[in-house]
Design a protein around this ligand. Structure first.
Ligand SMILES: [Zn+2]
Length: 94
């Protein structure tokens, strides 16, 4: 599944509810999920980690949708050519 397909899938599942909640409220949920990911990283349990990464990506996707951002286009536009600052791969920024 590509980033664009994932964002569309998350829209199908959650967009109505998340957009009604709005950007600020949904951003709070996103931050809470990032906190859960942080705890999972500390504990280092593999199955828990994968779930938390998936949740953070899902909440990031729904935030992008509410903000009208195409995540795949944004990510590709910024990083496909390498580091956005030095344009090198790997990054050579001091
Ligand atoms: Zn760089």
């Amino acid at each position: 599944m590509r980033i664009q397909e994932f964002q569309k899938r998350i829209e199908e599942i959650y967009f109505e509810r998340d957009s009604a909640r709005g950007l600020a409220g949904t951003h709070m949920w996103f931050c809470e999920e990032v906190g859960e990911l942080t705890r999972a990283l500390r504990r280092g349990q593999r199955d828990e980690l994968e779930g938390e990464f998936a949740d953070v990506l899902a909440w990031l996707s729904t935030l992008a949708s509410i903000a009208g951002v195409d995540l795949q286009a944004a990510a590709t536009g910024k990083y496909a050519a390498g580091c956005p600052r030095c344009r090198e791969t790997p990054c050579n920024c001091g």
